[in-house]
Write a protein that binds this ligand. Sequence first.
Ligand code: HDD
Length: 707
Amino acid sequence: MADSADKRADNRIEVTIGDQTVERGPQGATHQTAKGETPTLTTQQGVPVADDQNTLKAGPRGASLMEDFHFREKIFHFDHERIPERVVHARGYAAHGFFELTDSLAEYTTASVLGKTGVQVPVFTRFSTVAGAKGSSDLARDVRGFAVKFYTEEGNWDLVGNNMPVFFIQDAMKFPDMVHAVKEEPDSGFPQAQSAHDNFWDFASLSPETVHMLMWVMSDRAIPRSFRFMEGFGVHSFRLINAEGKSTYVKFHWKPKSGLQSVVWNEALKINGADPDFHRRDLWDAIQSGDFPEWELGVQLFDDAFADSFDFDILDATKLIPEELVPVRRVGRMVLNRVVDNFFAETEQVAFCTQNVVPGIGFTNDPLLQGRNFSYLDTQTKRLGGPNFTHIPINAPKCPFHNFQQDGHMAMHNPKGRANYEPNSWGQGPRENPQRGYRHYEEALEGRKTRERGELFADHYSQARQFLMSQTSTERTHIKNAFVFELSKCQTPAIRSRVVAHLRNVDEDLAKAVAAGLRLEALPEAAPPARKPLTGLPPSDRLSILKNGPDSFAGRKIGVVVTDGTDAELLKALLEAAKAEGANVELIAPEVGGVKTTDGKLLAAGQKIVGAPSVLYDAVVLLPSADGAKRLAGEATARDFVADAYAHAKFIGYGRDAESMLAKGGITSADKDDGIISLSAAGDMKAFIQSCRALRFWARESKTHSV
Ligand code: HDD
């Protein structure tokens, strides 16, 4: 087999195999010849295959023959297709893009990725849930991973963060316990992708350090509407190191350009059934339609004086630094603009490691970060089968790299020539470079060897309260409901009470409301705090989702119910108003083949109503004809469509003939509020879309949840 890798465009290479020229993407053959002909199927050895439908047998009804090397190779390869899934963050979705620095941090760091503005550095970003298996659903109540691999000119930098700025535990020693507790219980093997079970709450309630993070995971941050509408956080305090060797502490933030948005819990439960791939589909669709998601990179920079004066320990990953205290300086932007060619080759095989840093970026002594620096390299070696996972294209740096590491499974880059060590007399191979090379921050170290934590680590409640007090009343209600839901799934009453005992140290009203929601007979004694909580920490608006929503409806999706006889003029006006806003519209019809509107045209639908519940949309519009509405009156999913949109506090637009649909969905004229908007003329559409910018009509919510 002769490979001639001479033509490169768009990462595609033309490879000549025998008399055929085949295109290859970065990850392998695309199965197209350069001339557009169908290439001949071959074995892995390149041997042309004559029959791919039948095994080799002794006669048409005879025994199969061992000699059939094509069959054996095909099945052998199939048998080995699976690799171990990630022990956490197994379910993920990723895309390519670039990072561009807009505000240089060269005075703080030598890292070129944070020093040189205007350069597009390639990135690969993977979002994930944590607890669920690879095949679980996207809308689990869970933390989301937010991992970014920057392919910089000085090597790969992996910022392996989450969509929440704090973590469950303070010391990596507890990570296996925490993960075991949240995953399915080891005897029954369930529940899948849920924290709502005894083991998780048992561990959490016995580990007060989890309390701040519990507030975050019980908040709507744990059920984002889209990866595109989430913040990301590096969580730990890292270091930036400049040319003089001076260190500045840094916390990294990702701020979505489209604002924050989450779904409500009942919606999440239903989305998981209607479209378990809701988040990955959303990211794929957005990128494929050219609506590229974008985040700003933000940094909180601070020095030793701040660290020493702060109420909490900056090495404690269960604490954040409020943006009101140290503002987030926005220094660059990340745009995701290309989906993967192949899910396995890229999204599955990408290996993030917190230890992957570049000169000018360093670690602190955060005991969680220090533990992570061991764990990731170790896990990738097992998951990807050996030490050469860095040779897989998605993991390889895009800058030149040279070293004498050799051999091992699947080695692709063994050094050429005689020298495989340095120094050598043969004048071959790379040498170290004290000027350009990575230098660890020269932090003075002293102390006893001990298994202890810093004193301030012991305050587990103050920031939990600060988080709660920073929420709108709608968000606080959601947090309370989430605690009640999760603890109602715990079968052991003592565990329920133990959680409420912690909540009493966060907020008495919350504790009482959760106790009432569980029908606890008595409010348990407050858990004795290890350190007296601070009072009077001011609320921080940046911690709320609703205070940081979008200022437009762009990137959001409206589901429009249409039938034969739908008013063509109204529909056209709606489509135009949505387009002007940058919002997407999906038509939902009795049959996916479409509907004939009043102008006699057949419009194809995106969905059949039975497969498109309103939970898949940010707002809904009902535009049936009178006959169409009559037909839908006999369709249970049309009724649920309306009832759910109402219960989930969505904006509902309705045309002249949709009254009966509203009534079927349980909306009487007394229920009609300002979020239910009549659309009887083309001129109504613009105002409707503008109303949708608020995303939800929250005032309605209290009327729809009495238990
Ligand atoms: Fe972790 C995966 C984020 C604590 C050990 N972690 C993983 C991923 C993300 C995070 C985003 C998925 C990467 C991908 O998409 O492939 N992890 C975090 C954050 C943490 C954290 C933000 C706390 C601040 N993790 C943490 C600790 C340990 C690990 C304390 C172990 C000591 N994490 C792992 C792991 C994983 C992982 C077992 C599983 C798969 C993988 O690494 O590649 O090594």
